[in-house]
Design a protein around this ligand. Structure first.
Ligand code: MOS
Length: 735
C-alpha cells in the first residue's frame, strides 16, 4: 500500500492471525508461577443480611487456601472516588442485590475452588426487595448527578406545556425497555499478582488506567504501585468500562493467600455484578402542525438504579437536538431498587431513547399521513438548537436519501398490512441514528529504529474492534513506512496514558496522539538529515521533504533522499523517539459534534405465530473519516446485530417478588445468532469533518445500534398494524 492510501483501506486485522491461532492471550490465560484460583460465591437473596456464614467445611476441602467472607476480609474501601463505581467488597453483612458476592474461595485448582464454594453455608435474614418501576418520571428521585459529558439531567427551551396544549396534532405515549445484559464472548476475568507492595493485574477491561486508579483507591495505594495489563479483550460493550468488585476481590485474595490469584467470573454472575442496561419507562409527547412541523417535544425517562450507587441512562439526551423544535423539555429520574448498579451498555441512552423517540416519530407520521422520511426532513435540524451551535458536520440528509435508495423505500405502500410475501406480513420501517463524537486526552510514543522497524505505543485497549489495526495504519501513513514495519502496542499502564475505551472515543483520541507522535518523530528525522553534511538532504528546506516507503526525500526530486534506517545507522543513533500528549482544543465550545445515520429494516411477521424476523437491513452513516473500511463495516454490522437483539429477543427477566434474575444465561437470554441476522448493507457517506480531531474521525463503536430497535418496531407496525411500545417484540405481543 502506498503512502496516502493506507488509512481507510480495508486492511486485515494485524492481530487476526494471533487470535485465530490461539496466540492472543486473554486475561484468564495468564498463569503466573504458583497461581491459585478464586471462585466467587454469590448471594441468592436480593435484600437482607447474612445472619450466619459457615466456611468450616469449605476450608477443610482439599486444596483450599482461604475462604474470605465479611467476617475475615481485609478492610478496604469500595467507595467511589468520582466517575467510578461504589463496590461492595465483603466489608459488611448487607446484601443489596441478587448474586452479590458474599465470599471468595481460593484453592490450588479451579475445580477445588468450585467444589469448596458449594460448601459455604449461609443463613440470611431476608427482607422484601424493592423492585418494580412506577410510571411517573417526574415524581421520582432526581439524583444529584449529571449525565455523561457533564450534561444536565433536565433541559427546557421555549414553553413546552403551552405549545403542546395548543398543538393541532399530538402524540403522547409511554415506551418501555427491559433490563438488558452485555454478553461479550469473554466473561470478565482478572489475575492479580503482588510483589511486596507492587500489584500487577491482568484484566479484561475497557480501561487499564481506570482500573489502576480504582484498584489503587481500594487499597489506599499510590497509583504507581499498580500496573494493569490487557492486551486483548473479548468484547466489552460497556460492562468492562468500569472496574467491578471481582477485580478488587482477586487482588484482595492474592494478598490474603500471598500468591497470585486468578478469578474468572461465571456467565451467570455477569447478570447483576458487572452492570446492565437499566429498565426504562419513557414518556414521549410530540405536538405538530398539520403539515408536520414539530412545535412541542417532551421526552421524560425513568429508570432504576441500585441502593448504593447512581447510574442514569441518558435516554432523553438526543431529543434535545435531533429535530428542529422550538419548545422542548427533557428529564431523567431514577428509582432505587434492589438490583446491582446499572451501567453503560452500547450507546447508553441513545439506543433505548431512540426506540421511544423514533417510534413516536413514526406514530406521528401515520397520524399526519406523511412519509416518515419526509416528516424527519421537515424537522431537519440545521444546527444544534439545544447548545445553539452549528454542527461540525452533518450528512443526515444524504443518509436518508442514499439509504432510502439502497433499501427501495419507494416500493413501500404506507398502509399497514398492505405488503405480503407468501403468508408473511412484510413491513418496512426506518429511524434516525445518532451518537456524539467524543475525544479525551491521549498520549502515544513513536520509536524509529535503525533496522527500519517502528514501535508505536499507547496504553489503550482493543475490545476486538480494531484498535491495533487502525493505529498501525495511522502510524504507517504518517511516517511513510510500510505497515509491515510498524508494531503498535497497547494495553499496559506502563505505556503512555490513554482514556478508557468507552463513548466511542478510542479511534478519535488515540489516533490523534499516534498521528502527532509520528509527525514529531518524522520531523526529528528530517531535521537531523537536513543538518547533516553527509545526508543527500543536507541544507534542504524542511517543507520540501516528504516521507514514503521508509524513506525521506525531496518532493520534487525523489532520487534525493535516504531511508530513516540509513540516517540512524550513519549517525549511530539507537533510535529516534517522540512522545506526545494530544488534547482536544476548544472545538466543543464552537461546534456540536455528532455522527448521524439512517436505519432501514424489512421485517417479516408470521401472522399465525407472531414471530417477527428481520429479513433485510440497510444502515447509512456519516461518521467522518473511516480509518479502515473493513473493521468499520464490521463495527456497524455488530451494532445493528446488537439492535436486532434489543428489538426482538434480549430481555433480562427478574422475578418481581424476589428481584432475582431468572434468565441468567445464554439459553434464556437470547442474543441473536447467525440465523437471526439477515443481509446487512452498510454505507458510509463521504464526510470530511475538519473540526472534530486531527484525522476527522467521529467514532463508530456505538452509533450502529442507535435507531435499530425503532426501525424494526416501525417495520413491524407497518407489517401488522400493531404498535408495540414495550421491548422486546416477542410473539406474545404480536398475536
Ligand atoms: Mo461504551 S457503552 O461507552 O463502552
Amino acid at each position: 500500500m502506498k503512502t496516502g492510501t493506507v488509512v481507510g483501506q480495508p486492511m486485515d486485522r494485524v492481530d487476526g492471525r494471533a487470535k485465530v491461532t490461539g496466540g492472543a492471550r486473554y486475561a484468564a490465560e495468564f498463569s503466573p508461577k504458583n497461581v491459585a484460583h478464586g471462585v466467587l460465591v454469590s448471594s441468592w437473596i436480593a435484600k437482607g443480611r447474612i445472619r450466619e456464614i459457615d466456611a468450616r467445611d469449605a476450608e477443610k476441602a482439599s486444596g483450599v487456601l482461604a475462604v474470605i467472607t465479611h467476617l475475615n476480609a481485609p478492610k478496604v474501601s469500595g467507595k467511589s472516588s468520582g466517575g467510578d463505581r461504589n463496590l461492595l467488597l465483603l466489608q459488611d453483612d448487607a446484601v443489596q442485590y441478587d448474586r452479590q458476592y458474599i465470599a471468595v474461595v481460593v484453592a490450588e485448582t479451579l475445580e477445588q475452588a468450585t467444589y469448596a464454594a458449594e460448601l459455604v453455608r449461609v443463613v440470611y435474614d431476608s427482607d422484601k426487595p424493592d423492585y418494580g418501576l412506577q410510571e411517573k418520571p417526574e415524581d421520582s428521585y432526581k439524583p444529584d448527578t449529571q449525565l455523561p459529558r457533564r450534561e444536565s439531567l433536565d433541559t427546557s427551551r421555549g414553553d413546552f406545556d403551552a405549545a403542546f396544549a395548543s398543538a393541532p396534532v399530538k402524540i403522547e405515549q409511554v415506551y418501555r425497555t427491559p433490563v438488558e445484559n452485555h454478553n461479550p464472548m469473554e466473561p470478565h476475568a482478572t489475575t492479580a499478582v503482588w510483589d511486596g507492595d507492587q500489584l500487577t493485574i491482568y484484566d479484561s477491561t475497557q480501561g487499564v488506567f481506570g482500573d489502576r486508579r480504582k484498584i489503587a483507591s481500594v487499597f489506599g495505594a499510590p497509583v504507581e504501585n499498580v500496573r494493569v495489563l490487557c492486551h486483548y479483550t473479548g468484547g466489552g460493550f460497556g460492562c468492562k468500562g468500569s472496574t467491578w468488585a471481582h477485580v478488587a476481590l482477586a487482588a484482595m485474595a492474592a494478598k490474603v493467600v500471598k500468591r497470585p490469584v486468578k478469578v474468572a467470573i461465571k456467565r451467570q454472575q455477569m447478570f447483576g455484578n458487572v452492570g446492565f442496561r437499566p429498565q426504562t419507562i419513557q414518556h414521549v409527547s410530540l405536538g405538530a402542525t398539520q403539515d408536520g412541523k414539530l412545535v412541542a417535544l417532551r421526552h421524560a425517562g425513568l429508570m432504576h438504579t441500585s441502593q448504593f450507587d447512581v447510574f442514569v441512562e441518558p435516554v432523553a439526551k438526543s431529543a434535545r437536538f435531533i429535530y428542529s423544535c422550538p419548545n422542548v423539555k427533557t428529564s431523567h429520574r431514577v428509582v432505587r431498587q434492589s438490583v446491582g448498579t446499572p451501567t453503560y451498555m452500547r450507546a447508553p441512552g441513545e439506543s433505548s431513547g431512540s426506540f421511544a423517540l423514533e417510534s413516536a416519530m413514526d406514530e406521528l407520521a401515520y397520524e399526519l399521513k406523511i412519509d416518515p422520511i419526509e416528516l424527519r426532513l421537515r424537522n431537519y435540524a440545521e444546527m444544534d438548537e439545544d447548545k445553539k451551535l452549528p454542527y461540525s458536520s452533518k450528512s443526515l440528509r444524504e443518509c436518508y436519501r442514499i439509504g432510502a435508495e439502497r433499501f427501495g423505500w419507494s416500493r413501500r405502500n404506507p398502509q399497514p398490512r398492505s405488503m405480503t410475501q407468501g403468508r408473511m406480513l412484510v413491513g418496512l420501517g426506518m429511524a434516525t441514528a445518532t451518537y456524539p463524537t467524543n475525544r479525551s486526552p491521549a498520549s502515544a510514543l513513536t520509536r524509529l529504529m535503525p533496522n527500519g522497524n517502528v514501535l508505536v505505543q499507547s496504553g489503550s485497549q482493543d475490545l476486538g474492534t480494531g484498535t491495533y489495526t487502525v493505529m498501525t495504519q495511522v502510524a504507517a501513513e504518517t511516517l511513510g513506512v510500510p505497515v509491515e514495519r510498524v508494531r503498535f502496542e497497547l494495553g499496559d499502564t506502563q505505556m503512555p496514558d490513554s482514556p478508557g475505551s468507552g463513548g466511542s472515543q478510542t479511534a478519535a483520541s488515540v489516533s490523534s496522539a499516534v498521528k502527532q507522535a509520528c509527525e514529531a518523530a518524522r520531523r526529528q528525522a528530517i531535521r537531523l538529515a537536513i543538518a547533516d553534511a553527509s545526508s543527500p538532504l543536507y541544507n534542504a528546506a524542511e517543507e520540501d521533504v516528504i516521507a514514503e516507503g521508509g524513506r525521506i526525500y525531496l518532493k520534487n526530486n525523489p532520487s534525493k533522499g535516504e531511508t530513516y534506517a540509513a540516517l540512524m545507522t550513519r549517525k549511530n543513533l539507537p533510535n529516534i523517539e517522540a512522545k506526545v500528549q494530544s488534547k482536544p482544543g476548544d472545538e466543543r465550545q464552537k461546534y456540536s459534534m455528532h455522527a448521524f445515520g439512517a436505519q432501514f429494516a424489512e421485517a417479516h411477521v408470521d401472522p399465525d405465530t407472531g414471530e417477527a424476523r428481520v429479513r433485510r437491513f440497510v444502515g447509512t452513516f456519516g461518521v467522518g473519516r473511516v480509518l479502515n473500511a473493513k473493521t468499520a463495516r464490521s463495527q456497524m454490522i455488530g451494532g445493528i446485530i446488537y439492535g436486532i437483539g434489543m428489538a426482538l429477543t434480549e430481555e433480562t427477566v427478574l422475578d418481581e417478588r424476589y428481584a432475582r434474575v431468572v434468565t441468567p444465561n445464554l439459553a434464556y437470554y437470547h442474543v441473536p445468532v447467525n440465523a437471526d441476522v439477515p443481509e446487512i448493507d452498510i454505507v458510509f457517506v463521504d464526510e470530511n469533518d475538519p473540526f472534530v480531531n486531527p484525522l476527522g474521525v467521529k467514532g463508530i463503536g456505538e452509533i450502529g445500534i442507535t435507531g435499530v430497535a425503532a426501525a424494526i418496531a416501525n417495520a413491524v407496525y407497518h407489517a401488522t398494524g400493531k404498535r408495540v411500545r414495550d421491548l422486546p417484540l416477542t410473539p406474545d405481543k404480536l398475536l
